[in-house]
Design a protein around this ligand. Structure first.
Ligand SMILES: C[S@@+](CC[C@H](N)C(=O)[O-])C[C@H]1O[C@@H](n2cnc3c(N)ncnc32)[C@H](O)[C@@H]1O
Length: 560
């Protein structure tokens, strides 16, 4: 899971009757130049502010909120969002994805809260009104895009309850309880109505499993004794050491983390455990190659360590605990359950966090800002970015991951539409080197389901502007004027694209007629993934067709 980084520095300045909200684009943002250009293109000063008149009418408040949101949306774009919407200014100021919209609304809320709390403004009514409007928008977003959860009532969560009790007696605080939920194993359910800013879970650093804890405390693995051994293996990373530690610690009945290990599944069922049939079922998708390579990489890593370690140090590395299967289990544990946490010393460490590991992922999550140790409390906090009512499952974001990544490393496909499901295209980008498209990815072009686009008209067709420009550029100066010549070029481009995607569809093959429910978990997941690829490719072919029809109609009008 990725640490959430917001490259925004919110700021406010007040006079007696006006507040200036400064949503500054940080120069540390890796996409600074692209976003700066975008802000300028839509008429914003990148260093500018939005002014709120204290004695304002509802129309002014609405306008101020609208302006703040537009800035916040641009500032919060990530690379994929920038690629698909970047050059399309009309779309950019509208809705992009639930995560993106939530982030934008949050930046605005932080600014307003900052102003309210600094107490300089005498008349707080306007601020409160604009705050209420922002909170309402966050609420509506949750209602529209949030996932519903069915709790599996007859499953016992005894081990999970023990872990919670152990956590609480060691300083953990939570407003969540653990239950089995349909389709996702265990999940965390809100015990009471939680509002924005409430801390759903707080875990003291002393309960966090990281290289710090493992290497700095005299744990049962006698790690200090192992260091000289491990240091002899060239390039061994702290991650590898943590893998080795967890493989043994899981069997240690005296472990400080015994109750945590007791709650872990015996098998993880991620893409890394796919059997041959499932891998074959991925034929025609890039995921087949990706999974094979990822597994090969892990196998090589294992073979660098074993049998050398257990032959030379059988006491420390007993062969029965260090099998390839156990190694894969530990890899899957760390891939699917770890979080990257920024510690008070400024270092980012990969950690396992008891209880937080029960939080499932959603593309419209409740918890988006986590991943930093609070130095005042020496704990990791999980605050709510949108409300979660009692009885609802509280979701986290694992990061802006594609379904292929989620399948490979977490073993599931999100139920909702995933805006990060892109198909990378094998296009020579050399021609694009001097291109300065606002949203172009640095090294690739891509497509995603055209259902995400609201711009299907001529010159857009629901496709990414940088991709279309890539095809336009060799055909002459890029034009968005409906002349006969430019329309002809557009038809040519859509025909080329359609044929590329028809080939891709053919290599995916027809839909399998098998009864999914009787398939093994991995084959079913592979087939579901392939269906998703077919839907994406089919949406592009349909959009190319629809675009050609529009162009033909326009061309016929030109020649009239
Ligand atoms: C950090 S754990 C979350 C707790 C997990 N459900 C459990 O029972 O241990 C991550 C794993 O939860 C499952 N998971 C998380 N989010 C999911 C989702 N939206 N749908 C289905 N499974 C999900 C996947 O198996 C993933 O590898």
């Amino acid at each position: 899971m990725e640490v959430n980084q917001a490259y925004i520095s919110p700021n406010t300045a007040e006079t007696d009757d006006e507040i200036s909200f400064v949503l500054d684009l940080s120069e540390n943002d890796p996409l600074f130049q692209k976003k700066k250009k975008l802000l300028e293109d839509v008429g914003f000063d990148p260093k500018g502010s939005v002014a709120l008149n204290i004695a304002s009418n509802p129309d002014h408040l609405k306008h101020v909120l609208d302006m703040m949101l537009k800035r916040a949306r641009i500032i919060n774009l990530n690379e994929i969002e920038l690629y698909f919407g970047g050059a399309d200014f009309a779309n950019l100021v509208g809705f992009n994805s639930p995560r993106h919209e939530l982030e934008a609304l949050h930046s605005v809320l932080r600014l307003i809260d900052c102003s309210i709390s600094n107490g300089k403004v005498k008349n707080k009514n306007s601020l409160q009104e604009i705050r209420n409007a922002t909170v309402n928008m966050i609420d509506e977003l949750g209602h529209k895009y949030g996932e519903e959860t069915k709790v599996v009532q007859d499953s016992s969560c005894e081990k999970e309850e023990c872990l919670l009790q152990w956590g609480k007696s060691n300083g953990l605080h939570t407003k969540l309880e653990i239950a089995y939920v349909e389709g996702a194993g265990r999940g965390a359910i809100a015990k009471e109505d939680l509002k924005i800013g409430d801390i759903a879970l707080e875990v003291p650093v002393s309960l966090v499993i990281s290289e710090n804890l493992v290497f700095e405390t005299g744990m049962s693995f006698v790690l200090l004794r192992q260091f000289p051994i491990l240091e002899k293996i060239e390039g061994i990373s702290s991650e590898t050491m943590l893998l080795l530690w967890s493989m043994k610690e899981k069997h240690n009945s005296d472990s400080n983390f015994k109750l945590y290990f007791d709650t872990l599944p015996a098998v993880f069922n991620t893409g890394l455990s796919f059997g041959v049939n499932a891998i074959m079922a991925l034929d025609g998708t890039i995921l087949l190659e990706e999974i094979v390579q990822a597994k090969e990489h892990l196998r090589n890593q294992y073979e660098q360590l074993f049998p050398v370690l257990y032959e030379n140090y059988p006491d420390v590395f007993p062969p029965e605990l260090y099998t390839w299967e156990q190694f894969l289990w530990a890899c899957e544990l760390w891939y699917s359950n770890s979080m990257k946490i920024m510690f008070s010393d400024g270092k980012l460490r990969t950690c396992l966090i008891p209880v937080a590991g029960f939080l499932n992922h959603s593309t419209c999550p409740h918890i988006t800002h986590y991943g930093k140790v609070d130095p005042l409390t020496d704990s990791v906090k999980f605050p709510l970015s949108r409300p979660c009512n009692a009885g609802e499952q509280c979701f986290l974001t694992y990061g802006n991951f594609s379904s292929s990544h989620l399948l490979t490393f977490y073993g599931f496909l999100p139920r909702q539409k995933n805006p990060y499901d892109v198909i990378l295209l094998d296009i020579d980008i050399a021609q694009d080197e001097d291109c300065e498209d606002a949203g172009r990815m640095s090294d690739s072009h891509m497509v995603r389901g055209t259902w995400f686009s609201r711009n299907n008209g001529i010159f857009n067709y629901g496709l990414a502007p940088p991709l279309l420009d890539h095809f336009r550029r060799p055909r002459g100066p890029i034009s968005r004027t409906k002349t006969h010549d430019s329309l002809e070029i557009e038809v040519e481009i859509l025909n080329d694209l359609r044929s590329t995607f028809e080939d891709m569809m053919e290599s995916l093959g027809g839909e399998e007629l098998d009864d999914r429910d009787s398939c093994s978990w991995d084959v079913k997941l592979a087939m579901d993934f392939k269906d998703l690829q077919r839907r994406i490719v089919s949406s592009i072919i349909t959009s190319c067709d629809a675009g050609c029809k529009l162009l033909e109609y326009e061309l016929s009008r030109c020649s009239e």
